[in-house]
Structures are given as structure tokens and as C-alpha cells.
Design a protein around this ligand. Sequence first.
Ligand code: MN
Ligand code: MN
Length: 260
Amino acid sequence: TVLGIPFDGQSSYLRGAAEAPGKIREALACESSNSWTETGVNLGAKGVYEDCGDLALAGADVFAVIENAVGELISKGRRPVSLGGDHSITYPIMTAVGKKHSALTIFHFDAHPDLYDEFEGNRFSHACPFARIMEAGLAGRLVQIGIRTLNQHQREQAERFGVEVLEMRSLPAHQALKAAGPAYISFDMDALDPAYAPGVSHREPGGMSVREAIAHLHAIQAEIVAADLVEYNPLRDISGTTATVAAKILKEILGKMIAG
Ligand code: MN
Ligand code: MN
């Protein structure tokens, strides 16, 4: 079940990610490509997945609304795939997912570890979600892929939480992407090199090609119970390029979840 979360209120640098869900859907439906994933799943077939639209967040307690919505989908046996939004949304999502699935493995694609204890005085910033998640014991394992911005504080945080950091400079790391139990995929679009995905708030050179990202997604061996795709910023995009890339990543995540 695809769920749009149009929220960028915890972005530290630029707004715009709130406009992503609609743009990603548009790119996914675009007739320039067909509805089949590379792994042979037809996302255009009836009932293969559902889209429950965007959350209404105006004036709401945003994190509570996200947690409730995701919790409700999970209680119905659905596997939510959330479209952000900035990366702060992963904390309330995981609060709901972690209640249902204990000892979960998170496969986190990102240029940034997002492990700050606080960022500019804000503990719920998009720079902090994985610190909150690990503190709350919402995941058994955190595996980060594509990281290339570690500073001393975040190195210490990674050590403190036992994070398995697969830095960009040491990829590929296909063999490391195995989990015995249920798993969650959190995909920050800035894991990709800005040459492939300029439509992000924090462009960090030296990142993954779209092909490398898809190869790592395909290499995951685990039962994926939920996922998110975050930090696409349409205001920074060039000719919709990044929307197309986000839709492609979404497609392969959905295909992976459907085909098992
Ligand atoms: Mn992030
Ligand atoms: Mn990032």
C-alpha cells in the first residue's frame, strides 16, 4: 500500500519535499515507460498494489497522524510504502512498524547517517531519525548504505548504536544485505549522485548511480514488511529527471516486496 506523506516541516536546509508524493505518482504513471519492474512484476495488473493517497496534515500533530495511519495499515495486514516528505517521517513510521515487528532490520540508503543526537537544537530534525529509532529500540539492526558524510559525532553515534555502516567508498556490498527476519527499506534520494538525482535538498557528490542503487535493492535478501522513499525535492529538480528516478526506485521496491 502506497501512502503519501506530504511533510517537510523538519527539513534543516530547504523546503520542497512535501510536494514529492504527487510528482512521484505522476512519473510512475507516465506513459514513457511500461508498468513492469525489472524483476518481472507487472505493477499495472489489478490488485497488485493499492494507493491510499496522501495524509491530511494541515494543522495536525504530524507525527501522531503518521504513526496512526501506518499502524492502521499494518493492523489490516498491509505493507505500507510511504512516499515522503523529508526523512524525519521515518521515526513515526518506525514507531508503528516496530510495535508490530520486533528485532527488525533496517536497510537505510542515504548519503547521510541521520544519526545526530540533535541538529540545530531539534531532536526531530530530518538529520536525527535513526538516533531516535535506535534509542527507542525500534530496530534490531541498522544497515546504512551509501554513506559519505560521517563526522566525528556521527561516527560515535554509529558506534554507540552498533550501526553497520557500508560507506559509499566501500561499495558494492551486495553480500551484506541479508536479514534473517523482517526488514524495512528506507531510501533517501540523496544516496544517489546528484548527477542522477539533482532534485534533493542536500546534493552530495560521489554517490550511487541509479544502476548501483537498484543492484543493491535487488540484492537484499529479507522479508520486507514496509518501506519509505524520502527527500525527493521537486523544487530542486531539473526537467522532472529526479521524479522519474524516484518512480523507478519505487517501482523496484514495490516489485521486490510483491515478488518476495
Ligand atoms: Mn536522510
Ligand atoms: Mn540524505
